[in-house]
Design a protein around this ligand. Structure first.
Ligand SMILES: Nc1ncnc2c1ncn2[C@@H]1O[C@H](COP(=O)(O)OP(=O)(O)O)[C@@H](O)[C@H]1O
Ligand SMILES: O=C(OP(=O)(O)O)[C@H](O)COP(=O)(O)O
Length: 412
């Protein structure tokens, strides 16, 4: 057993038929996944298991039902196979006859990827591990394997069937990514800093970051906000931003419903720790959709456009705070950096972090991609985590459901 209380691949017996949970959740462009560090990191675990002669059945999720990024894992299999250096079979089935037949047909050293776990009704929503273990999904697949490996650190904060159900009923082990990220993030949580501690908060998963901001209020001096969370805080301040204008897209309103009381309370009680954008950028509706237009927040008087980035003035003000910080934690991009005109906020702040001698962590499957995409060196950051929500929760010292499940399995 590792010092963290769970078993790892070092404890795994030989010649197993393994169910291995990865996190291949990736940005989707034109319906297909884009290659990123998650594939590269998980490929090492998968290669080690296949080379050791185990039969390897992979589970992963992509996106959330109802969102554009909720797609099949067909494309993921090819990208992962490139990184592993070996063919990976794919079956478009989560736990039906096709999935089970493909598992039973595996030879030692072969690898199979099953369909997006979130296409199975048993996977979501969150529930306690016993309930998740007692689903048809878990019972069916568990009967065809010998053991379970969880390598999906970046999804370990979710109490979903593929993360907490299997370790209730199978011998369970942490994969290499799980063990390494857990150790790194736990060590960061215990650090003390001699100076200003800053957290840059953005991205689309406002609910994740707002809860954590609330919990980290005593250990972070400045929160610099952008992305969806930033707009929800501006909305709480009475500005006409942070609303869903496209009825097909659910980015703002449901997260507002869930969090607005918390946001209002935080602004009331410690608004001086929270810095919001003073200007924002959007795509010129009369142009090709890529021309960047900036507007001061105080000049926005109608809910007319969707904002895609913080403005240049805000980006520079945030970079000044970074340069004056002893530690900077980033979770979520300040804008839609994938589209270059709207990368200004994210890239200006990341460049300031890279140039400054502060302790720095950048997290999030999407956000960490901005580093490679804009030519920054990973070596200029202390830790680049492929996890977002899991890493910031670890900073608050909160247990991660997937890790707790591995610990329970090890103590049985
Ligand atoms: N104003 C915005 N509108 C829409 N998307 C945004 C906005 N600001 C940032 N984003 C998106 O947020 C994504 C990263 O956020 P998120 O998925 O929460 O983080 P991560 O996966 O890095 O933890 C980026 O891909 C970026 O395009
Ligand atoms: O990408 C993920 O988290 P992250 O965006 O916090 O890094 C995980 O795959 C969890 O996905 P979810 O936030 O849709 O449950």
């Amino acid at each position: 057993m590792s010092t963290h209380g769970f078993d790892t691949l070092d404890d795994l017996p030989a010649d197993r038929r393994l169910l291995v949970r990865l996190d291949l959740n990736s940005p989707i462009e034109d319906g297909t996944p884009t290659d990123n560090r998650r594939f590269e990191r998980h490929a090492e675990t998968v290669r080690e298991l296949a080379d050791a002669g185990h039969r390897v059945v992979l589970l992963a999720h992509q996106g959330r039902p109802g969102r554009d990024d909720f797609v099949s894992l067909d494309g993921h299999a090819g990208i992962l196979a490139e990184h592993v250096g070996q063919g990976i079979g794919f079956v478009a089935d989560t736990h039906g006859e096709a999935a089970v037949d493909a598992i039973d047909a595996l030879d030692p050293g072969e690898i199979l990827l099953l369909e997006n776990t979130r296409m199975c009704d048993d996977e979501l929503p969150e529930a306690d591990p016993e309930a998740k273990a007692d689903t048809e999904f878990v019972r069916t697949l568990a009967a065809h394997v010998d053991a379970y490996v969880n390598d999906a650190y970046s999804a370990a904060h979710r109490s979903h069937a593929s993360l907490v159900g299997f370790p209730e009923v199978l011998p369970a082990y942490a994969g290499r990514v799980m063990a390494t990220e857990y150790a790194a993030n736990t060590a960061i949580a215990g650090r003390e800093f001699d100076g200003r501690v800053t957290m840059v908060v953005g991205g689309t998963k406002a609910t994740d970051v707002i809860e954590v901001m609330d919990a980290l209020g005593d250990s972070v001096d400045d929160f610099l906000l952008g992305g969806i969370a930033g707009e929800l805080f501006l909305r709480a301040g009475g500005h006409p931003v942070g609303f869903d204008l496209d009825p097909e897209r659910d980015l703002y309103d449901s997260q507002w419903e869930r969090n607005h009381e918390l946001i209002e309370g935080m602004l009331d009680e410690r608004g001086d720790q929270i810095t919001l954008a003073t200007d924002l950028a959007y795509a010129d509706p009369d142009g090709t959709g890529r021309e960047r237009v900036e507007i001061a927040v105080d000049d926005i008087d109608e809910k007319e456009v969707s904002f895609l980035d913080v403005g240049t003035g805000t980006a520079e003000a945030y970079a000044d705070v970074v340069r004056d910080s002893a530690a900077v934690f980033v979770k979520g991009a300040l804008g839609v950096f994938e589209d270059e005109p709207f990368s200004v906020g994210t890239v200006t702040v990341l460049e300031a972090i890279a140039e400054t001698d502060c302790f720095s962590v950048v997290g999030g499957g999407d956000t960490s991609r901005a580093i490679e995409r804009y030519g920054l060196a990973e070596s200029d950051f202390d830790h680049v985590s492929i996890a977002g929500g899991a890493y910031i929760r670890a900073l608050t010292g909160r247990p991660l459901a997937g890790v707790e499940a591995l610990k329970r399995a090890a103590s049985r």
